[in-house]
Structure formats: structure tokens, C-alpha cells
Design a protein around this ligand. Structure first.
Ligand code: PA5
Length: 440
């Protein structure tokens, strides 16, 4: 189901790291490592709450019935997983496709007034609902966006009508969003206490928007369960171990940046999700592998040059789908002015495969080690397994690196400065001191 090729890495070095991988594996399973309070995701696919799933499906059905647009308001782990899965499975053109499910737009993931103005104009003549998602319930970007959207939806449908169109996904008891949902009477979904934002795609955080997009969440969770079983087996055959070990061996050889490469344009947000998962989990205490991403073959004509010949501190991990999405062949042309008749009758997928194989060799020859993660098909089951695999490998990799992969203390610094500069009560002196250091 998931194959991980690490032939680019020394077998001896992989073997030498196996005992440490076992320690990391046991720490994840027994919750004895750093961040052990945030390991609820490890067995999450096995303990799906049927009643909660039924409520998610019912909410998705209601949204489909009464809304042309669903606005999903969240940031980071409360945003990227849903977008990654929807685009990977429903395609990058989901919103402009003919379909019987609502358009889905993501808001609250930036502070851009232009972006917000576009969103407001997109729902001007359309019925819409909102899924506001925030574990802490206090994150600035979605909170500010939701204040604007709440105002809009209440003007459009009245307070009573609005409350039937707002779905809040948040902590079971804490935070401003939980309080607001209680006061306003919104339907709520719970983010488990022991699941951090970037590990929450398989909770209602991801599942409600994913279900609203018409994706089979039972199949997604069944795939995640298969991924969970695969990753539970200790040993060199465990795909998550292989990936985590290979990354850390490469890091020990000075490869400080990992570039996730995929050949599927609808995987761009899967790569964004991976960047958050690994960047936020590993980048701390002066350590980490910088997670970057490219989409081939487009980026072979931009980043390809750097990968081939730039600074040699990078490695590449290709995410490959073996079965083609569609059977499109190159047609014969009588004049052959472009000289491409040698490809006539060839499936586009075969040309893409050779692009991958040629690039693999070219980049390897350019001293960029290539790891390959391969799934059979881009469907619910494989994607569910893949999401779990990436999460588990991230836990193992973070422990191998010697960090706590489940906290994100560094995210607070910009927030404190922003609040101080905005004049939040209690931050006045700090705000003045910060402003004095800036000349713009
Ligand atoms: O992984 C994380 O914990 C973060 O990226 C959060 O998901 C992000 O900051 C959003 O937080 P919240 O869901 O509390 O609004």
C-alpha cells in the first residue's frame, strides 16, 4: 500500500539507527517520550466515535442541501489537512467543477484585506455556511475573519438563521470559540485534548469539510487504520521507520533540507500540510530538517536548476502515485511538425513515469539523494494511510532528532509582538519599545 524506497541511503547506517528507532517507536506507543500528552492521534483511527461521525455526515448533508458555498475558517493544523485531502481527491479544479456539493473556500488563514474582500464578493449572491475551526479558540487570524463573517451571516439570515449555518470545531471546554458557540447555539464538534493541530486532520477538524466536499470519510478512516497497522509493526519493514531513519541519516551527512517532490498538481496542498507537520514538529532547539516542496514537472523548469546544481545540502523525497488517474494518449499527427510522432499512441502517464525516472537519475547524479514514497492510487484509502504514515514517521523522526515533535513554542513570538504593536490592553509598554525598533 505504501512503499518507501531508501536505496539512496547507506544500509549500514540505516541498520545502526534501528535500535534508536525502536526506542522512539516504544515511546510513541507507551506515551513515555517528550510531548507524551499529545499522542491521541496514534490510535485515533481505531477509536472512531460512530455518533460523532454520524453528526459530521448529517452536517455535511445539511450544508449540501442549504448552501452553495462552505467557508472553512481556520489556520495551520485547523486548515491545511482539509484542503490537502479535498484537493488531492477532488482535484485542484473542485470549485469550478459541476458537482452536487458546495464550493469550499478557505478563510482565516491570512490577514489579507484583498483576500477577504474576494471571499465576501464570492458569497454575495450565494447561500453559504461557515465551519469555524480553532482548537485554542483564540488564534487571531481565524478569530478576526470569523468576526467579519459572523457579522455577514447574521445580516443575511438573521441571528436565528445564522446559528443554523455556523458549525464550530473546537476544544471540548476551553477557549473563546467554545464559549461563543455555547452562547450563540452553534452546532459544535470536538478536537480531542490529546491531539495537536497539525495531527488533527482525521478528527472533525478535517472530517467535516472533507465530508462536505463529497469525500467518503469512512473509506479515508479505513485507510488510516490500515496505515496505523502498518506503522505499528516494529522493524526495518515499517515504512515510517524507513522514512524517518533515512531522513536522519541524510541529516547526519549534512543534508539539511528535504524537498518533497510530487508529480501530481493536486498534491500542492498535501505538500503544504507536510511542510507544516514536519516544520513545526522538528524545527526547534536549533535543530531540524527544513521541509520544502516542489511540484513536477512544472518546477523542473524553475527549481530544477537549483536542485541539479545548487548548494549540495538538500535531499529529495518523491511522492509517487503508481496508477494513472486517466487514460489519455498522445495522438498521431500526419505532418509531425513538432517531431513528436515517436510518442504517438503513448499514454501521458508513461511519459510522466519516464520524466520521473529520468529526473531521479539526473538529481541522484547531481548528488541529491532521492527517497521515494509510492502509493498505488490517489483514493480515499491510500490517502488515509498516507496521512497516518506521515504523522507516525514525523513522531519517530522528531524523537530521533531529539526534540519534542508535539509542541510549537516558537509560534508564540510573532503573536506577542503583533498584539503589542496593535495596542492590546496589557501590552502597552512592550508595544512602544517594539515600535521604537522599527523604521517602517
Ligand atoms: O499544529 C498546531 O498546533 C498549530 O499549527 C495550530 O494548528 C494553529 O496554530 C491553529 O491553532 P488553533 O486551532 O488553536 O486556532
Amino acid at each position: 500500500m505504501i512503499k518507501v524506497n531508501i536505496s539512496a541511503v547507506s544500509g549500514q547506517k540505516v541498520s545502526a539507527m534501528l535500535p534508536r528507532a525502536l526506542e522512539a517507536h516504544n515511546a510513541l506507543r507507551n506515551k513515555t517520550g517528550r510531548g507524551g500528552d499529545f499522542l491521541g492521534w496514534v490510535d485515533l483511527p481505531a477509536k472512531a466515535d460512530e455518533a460523532e461521525l454520524a453528526r459530521i455526515k448529517a452536517a455535511a448533508l445539511k450544508i449540501k442541501t442549504d448552501s452553495q458555498v462552505l467557508l472553512v475558517c481556520g489556520i495551520g493544523g485547523s486548515y491545511l489537512g482539509a484542503r490537502a485531502v479535498i484537493e488531492a481527491l477532488r482535484g485542484s479544479f473542485y470549485n469550478i467543477k459541476k458537482k452536487d456539493t458546495p464550493d469550499i473556500f478557505f478563510v482565516g488563514n491570512n490577514l489579507s484585506s484583498g483576500y477577504m474582500a474576494e471571499i465576501l464578493s464570492l458569497v454575495e449572491h450565494k447561500d453559504f455556511s461557515i465551519n469555524v475551526i480553532s482548537k485554542s479558540g483564540t488564534t487571531t487570524e481565524p478569530a478576526v475573519a470569523f468576526r467579519i463573517l459572523k457579522n455577514l451571516i447574521e445580516h443575511r439570515y438573521g441571528k436565528e438563521g445564522a446559528k443554523k449555518r455556523v458549525y464550530a470545531t473546537t476544544d471540548i471546554s476551553k477557549g473563546a470559540l467554545r464559549q461563543m458557540a455555547g452562547a450563540e447555539g452553534y452546532e459544535t464538534f470536538v478536537i480531542p485534548d490529546d491531539v495537536g493541530g497539525r495531527y488533527s486532520v482525521l478528527t472533525p477538524v478535517g472530517l467535516l469539510p472533507i465530508a462536505a466536499a463529497g469525500i467518503d470519510i469512512d473509506a479515508l478512516l479505513a485507510g488510516a487504520r490500515e496505515g496505523m497497522e502498518l506503522c505499528a509493526e516494529p522493524g526495518e519493514g515499517n515504512p515510517a521507520w524507513r522514512y524517518a531513519i533515512a531522513r536522519n541519516v541524510l541529516l547526519s551527512e549534512g543534508k539539511r533540507t528535504e524537498i518533497m517532490a510530487s508529480y501530481n498538481p493536486s498534491f500542492v496542498f498535501l505538500a503544504e500540510w507536510y511542510k507544516q507537520l514536519y516544520g513545526e514538529s522538528e524545527g526547534k532547539e536549533g535543530k531540524g530538517i527544513f521541509p520544502a516542496a516542489v511540484n513536477f514537472t512544472a518546477d523542473l523548469h524553475s527549481m530544477g536548476q537549483y536542485i541539479q546544481e545548487g548548494a549540495r545540502d538538500i535531499f529529495e523525497t518523491v511522492l509517487l502515485v503508481s496508477r494513472p488517474d486517466a487514460n489519455i494518449k498522445v495522438p498521431e499527427d500526419a505532418d509531425d511538425l513538432d517531431g513528436l510522432n515517436f510518442l504517438a499512441g503513448k499514454p501521458l502517464a508513461d511519459i510522466e513515469r519516464e520524466a520521473f525516472r529520468g529526473t531521479y537519475l539526473a538529481h541522484s547524479d547531481g548528488h541529491v539523494p532521492n527517497l521515494v514514497i509510492e502509493i498505488d492510487k490517489a483514493d480515499e484509502r491510500n490517502l488515509g494511510a498516507l496521512l497516518y504514515f506521515y504523522e507516525y514517521a514525523c513522531g519517530i523522526s522528531g524523537y530521533l532528532l531529539g526534540v519534542n515533535p508535539f509542541d510549537q513554542p516558537g509560534v508564540e513570538s510573532y503573536k506577542k509582538n503583533m498584539f503589542a504593536l496593535l495596542g492590546k490592553p496589557g501590552y502597552e509598554e512592550q508595544g512602544k519599545a517594539l515600535a521604537a525598533r522599527l523604521d517602517f
